[in-house]
Design a binder for this molecule. Structure first.
Ligand SMILES: Cc1ncc(COP(=O)(O)O)c(C=O)c1O
Length: 468
């Protein structure tokens, strides 16, 4: 038989590939992990975090930037910051901290998270905390609180000029306080708007610096920040925005020697299909050499480089595993496989913005395949998944009565719980699934543990006011 699911994958992609293989039982291995065994132990549906992937990602980016800096004799440092909003879970943030990263925050409550990390002795007051976002009064107050309590490297990044007034009132520090400015970027012409609502317009930055910051002994401008909605991509928009920011950096640097940092934001892509190709090394090399060349031409020192990768840090550590409950033939051509959860509860980006994730069966690789539609348990007509990143269809093994079919969506570790809300009430009350974490123990063996059980009906009834 040469129309098995294994044949399909091998004819379409290079397989096996980094992170994905099958074992002798024809069961999927995810980073060497036998998912079928976890299914036997925990039952589906469940979310999975494979913690070691986080360290691999951080090490990869650090190496790429440090190698490129060495190659181009770039006289600056690279700082890897983790953007907490992509996954705030303690076991995730603490894993990133083990890799020596710094942090980026987005809202007032993030500062409470930083304080909790200090209390748990996971950080010291020397860590760099980059505070981004449009700030509420509570957020600026909390940031000022961190600085006033002795955190030495907190960098509030101004989203707008008014924000600065808040810090002037609330920060009491003997030493000058470092601040950053976020530059409002232009989006691609295909996007819904031209200029980001976040940040200060490029043409207003110089004037703002000269009028408000220069000569102020309590504050100094240390960082320029920019972030493109579409992420770091080798296209004309990325390079034109980078050059715009670099020109501004060079102009400012001549009158503001304290400006030593350029924050490239987040936006490194991750693998959403076995066909994914992105040359991270080329991209980092081009970024570093472009910055070096522009600064050399302008005769100014190069900046230290900061990134705030969210998806790249945590995305590839996550997966969601489901069983196919039933097959429904709704007309001559459309076969539905019903999953034992909801895409809205577990992968809201697939429902909300049509995001694709890497989908593979856990078993059944020796069976014939067919085109299917995947359906979630809610009554929402959009609770489905019918196309992949590389093809406008979904192919999976046929159902076999001898053994249920299990499937997994991979590289789902960023933003999905934050968007769906972890716990809480859910569409049609489809619960948040259990969450399994896998990591290495002290002896270097993989161990798994249950971070959270499936959400109970009682927890929802309580929120809904049926029980106290
Ligand atoms: C300011 C800022 N930094 C970093 C990130 C992280 O982006 P990503 O998860 O694509 O790396 C975001 C995402 O929205 C952001 O707005």
């Amino acid at each position: 038989m040469n129309n098995t699911y294994t044949d399909l994958v091998k004819q379409t992609f290079d397989f096996p590939q980094e992170g994905f293989d099958i074992n002798e039982d024809k069961h999927l291995l995810f980073n060497g992990l036998d998912i079928r065994k976890l299914i036997d132990k925990y039952g589906t549906p469940f979310k999975l975090t494979f913690l070691p992937k986080i360290g691999m990602q951080v090490a990869k980016a650090k190496k790429l930037f440090n190698d490129a800096m060495k190659k181009h004799r770039y006289d600056g440092k690279y700082y890897y910051c983790y953007c907490t909003k992509s996954s705030h879970f303690s076991f995730i943030v603490e894993e990133t901290l083990k890799q020596g990263v710094h942090l980026e925050t987005s809202f007032a409550y993030d500062i409470e998270l930083v304080k909790a990390l200090l209390k748990r002795r996971k950080i010291t007051k020397d860590i760099t905390i980059i505070c981004n976002g449009f700030k509420t009064r509570q957020y600026t107050k909390n940031i000022a609180g961190l600085i006033n309590s002795g955190f030495k490297n907190v960098i509030p990044v101004l989203d707008n000029v008014q924000e600065f007034e808040d810090y002037k009132k609330s920060i009491r520090s003997k030493d000058p306080v470092n601040i950053g400015i976020r530059i409002a970027t232009e989006e691609e012409p295909t996007f819904d708007f031209y200029t980001s609502r976040l940040g200060i317009k490029v043409k207003d930055v110089l004037e703002f610096y000269v009028d408000k910051i220069k000569g102020n002994s309590r504050f100094q401008l240390k960082m320029l920040h920019f972030f493109l909605n579409k992420g770091i991509k080798d296209d004309i928009y990325y390079w034109s925005e980078l050059n715009k920011v670099l020109n501004l950096y060079c102009q400012l640097k001549k009158i503001c020697p304290e400006l030593t940092a350029l924050n490239l934001g987040g936006g490194f892509p991750i693998k959403h299909s076995l066909g994914f190709e992105f040359d991270y090394g080329y991209m980092v090399n081009e970024i570093v050499s472009t910055i070096k060349n522009v600064c050399k031409k302008a005769k100014v020192d190069v900046p230290d480089l900061y990134t705030e990768f969210g998806s790249f840090t945590v995305g590839e550590s996550g997966a969601v595993i489901y069983s196919i409950l039933n097959e429904k033939q709704q007309n001559d051509r459309e076969t539905w496989y019903m999953i034992d959860s909801s895409f809205i509860t577990t992968l809201p980006d697939t429902w909300g913005i049509g995001e694709k994730f890497l989908l593979l069966p856990i078993n059944g690789w020796e069976r014939e395949y067919q085109e299917v539609h995947l359906g979630g348990l809610t009554c929402d007509s959009h609770d489905f998944y019918t196309s992949e990143e590389h093809i406008n269809a979904v192919f999976l093994p046929k159902i076999d009565k001898a053994e249920p079919l299990y499937i997994g969506f991979f590289h789902t570790g960023a933003y999905q719980d934050q968007l769906a809300g972890y716990g809480g009430i859910k569409h049609c009350m489809i619960p948040s699934p259990k969450h399994v974490v896998v990591e290495y123990d002290k002896n270097g063996n993989l161990e798994d543990w249950l971070y959270a059980k499936e959400q109970s009906a009682q927890s929802m009834l309580k929120i809904l006011g049926y029980i106290k």
